[in-house]
Design a protein around this ligand. Sequence first.
Ligand SMILES: O=c1ccn([C@@H]2O[C@H](COP(=O)(O)OP(=O)(O)O[C@H]3O[C@H](CO)[C@@H](O)[C@H](O)[C@H]3O)[C@@H](O)[C@H]2O)c(=O)[nH]1
Ligand SMILES: [Mn+2]
Length: 903
Amino acid sequence: MAAAVTRRVGLHVEATNGGADDESRRNSSAADHSPVAKRINDAAANAKRNDVWVAAQEGEMPAAAGNSSQPPLLFRTMKVKGSILHPYRFVILLRLVAIVAFFIWRIRNRNRDGVWLWAMSMVGDVWFGFSWVLNQLPKLNPIKRVPDLAAIRDQYEQPSASGGESNNKLPGIDVFVTTVDPVDEPILYTVNSVLSILATDYPVEKYACYLSDDGGTLVHYEAMLEVASFARLWAPFCRKHSVEPRAPESYFGVKRRQPYTGSVQGEFTSDHRRMRREYEEFKVRIDSLFSTVCQRSQAYNRKHAKDDEAGMVMKATWMADGTQWPGTWIEQAENHRKGHHAGIVKVVLNHPGHKPELGSPASIDNPFDFSNTDTRLPMLVYMSREKRTGYNHQKKAGAMNAMLRVSALLSNAPFLINFDCDHYVNNSQAFRASMCFMLDPRDGRNTAFVQFPQRFDGVDPTDRYANHNRVFFDGTMLSLNGLQGPSYLGTGTMFRRAALYGMEPPRWRTTGSVKVIDDDDDHKGKEYGRSTLFRNAVLDDAANQERSITPVFLDDDETTTISSEVASLMTCAYEDGTTWGRDVGWVYNIATEDVVTGFRMHRQGWRSMYCSVEPAAFRGTAPINLTERLLQVLRWSGGSLEMFFSHSNAFLAGARMHPLQRVAYLNMSTYPVVTVFILAYNLFPLMWLVSERYYIQRPFGTYVLYLVATIAMIHVIGMFEVRWAGITLLDWCRNEQFYMIGATGVYPTAVLYMALKLVTGKSIHFRLTSKQTEACSGGDKFADLYVVRWVPLLVPTIAVLAVNVAAVGVAVGKAATWGLLTQQAQHALLGMVFNVWILVLLYPFALGVMGRWGKRPAILFGVLVMAIGAVAVVYISFRATYYPTGWSEMETTSALGKAESFF
Ligand SMILES: O=c1ccn([C@@H]2O[C@H](COP(=O)(O)OP(=O)(O)O[C@H]3O[C@H](CO)[C@@H](O)[C@H](O)[C@H]3O)[C@@H](O)[C@H]2O)c(=O)[nH]1
Ligand SMILES: [Mn+2]
């Protein structure tokens, strides 16, 4: 019943949003023709939507030079309307008062017997209260910002009168995609990610796409060659018919197609059909790459073995042009294995030049008529940094830093966007949308990064393990957006290159110049490394933030110097003796590089912006397998504690960080500690199993009353957040449940890990989150949900489950022994409410460890009832055997509980 209600609320909210989407989609198609009309429409749409959010004023306008008019604002700011915001803040205040009163009351009513228990629980409660404050304070002022695509078009993209080179002033963007393994991170995701980037709606000559392959596998490189050739059809097709999304797998997977918004509807159906066939063939080619490479290599190896006098069979992996692949080989060999191979850069697609190139009309060879469509493609680069044994490669952060340097020489865009290989561009206006924040006349120059929410495909419909994480992506992030800005979340983020280089934000620069521009060459060498070309690129970056990209053609003979310089930028040794990984680039020596990298920028005084658009800008995949999900949360919580014990501790942030932003970071780096107390409380019923006499606090009735009140208030606050964040009740419940699952099983491990690291100085290796693969699931889309992989991480939560089931059993047993109306039974039942609540929270976990049986929750309930019944029976018979004449403790207990007349 409850589930049905939730579902209905969910549907309702979705329907409302869906309506708004249609509205904005219609608007965006009209926008190309009339920006003014769009803005009017937008305002109307907003008026309809503003039952929660209302317009707000933000920032000072820069003084207009002379009599010229003010530059237009590129985004609008919204705040939560007063009738929701004020009561929300009031309840928070009320709860603050309540917990203070609670502590005072507890101290006044100290237990004289069992002080140790009382004191321990007191420490726990103080921590609960404190961490709640850390979590709640930064949420007082949520802000939403809406990019104005029409305004940025008006200002930066005037069509040129002559129709030749466009008069487009949008700055350049380097797009980074990281991958490691073509199997663990299915190559189909990676090629879709790159295709969606190549086909996105941003001027092609103004962005470049880089794929970093940490595995150094030939299959990845050849996949990029296939992508480049397929994109010659795919990108013009997307442009011609304005299709969305532009990742083919999702595009063809969409059930309900959007209304057509292109300009040649007549040709759409046949183009679409042909394109689908092309894509199917493309997928077959990608699938067969593994065997193609293998067979080719075998053939070459046999041939060379014949040529070779000694007849030695080589085990090399060969490229199509008959040369050996410099990266890792299928059969491992010296210098060609994982973690030990040369660096590789290959420009797969060169910079396209500035003039649009229309395609040809349909012909026998080419069934698509692209005669009115620009067929150019942006620059595409494959790279794999050098790896050597004995070096710490710093995982993703190391890969990102290598890309940051290499791209500085090849295209040097002032902005960059980074994606994990399992994320793709879902809304082709996304790049432009984030640019609205970077170029806004108010505080754009001080904006280091624009973070988009992460949205996921392939999550089971009820989102058992809270993969969508809407409470975080829509609640927490909008709150930070009202402070200094959202934290960096690792993927779907646009950066200002200068901020990654560790430069100061303009508003904090004392002179007009930037830190990097000083003539002390030695100093720069220490910061950025030896490469002069790279240091010059850094200077260029500091000088001009609105530049286009500066293409370099690696194949050119004159650019051999650049080639060798690029090679040196990718070596392991390049960073030796520099500040890479600390003051420059992505931050090292931590399990999660993302939050700390953003933190470094915030402490320098940069701000960040949250950009949530409809339809979602980017989408990705998330682990729906319980073990995978828990391991992911383990890495995050471990990384968060590491952050606390590092130079990135929030207390050390310095004066430029917004005070509440600092509180938020403190919360982000201490939250797993709560597990100590949660575990203690959750396992406490164990004591009730042994004896009746343990009380945390007396008078027990008042204590419970306080608990119920403070917990209820958390939920009331939660309901306000559900309302302003625009999420569903289900999202919220899942979040509560997964919090408990994490806090009982994962956080203890994280705390232990951190303690070990502090003592031994050694950190543990976290593995890659493996992505779900439909291929191995035999048709069941959510098969991963039903696979249990046993890891020690599961044990504490199972223990908590068992203890609480037993406690319910004992409570039932007591009620049966003493009769419902006795005080013993009432206390037991009251305690039981707590146990049942824990069980409800852990319900998804229980389903998860059941594996395939979890498909039928009825079985779980059956087992539960039996277990509870069994414990109850054991209790009753135990009582009957040892206290056959009645309860000797009865008098003691009621004597102790004089003040418990409440019940
Ligand atoms: O040695 C490595 C290891 C990882 N990666 C890439 O890093 C990304 C993230 O790794 P993954 O294992 O998928 O982590 P997730 O848990 O899925 O990622 C989340 O958490 C990470 C921080 O722990 C963030 O960096 C990610 O952006 C965020 O999506 C992937 O693209 C990998 O290909 C590398 O390039 N080199
Ligand atoms: Mn991921």
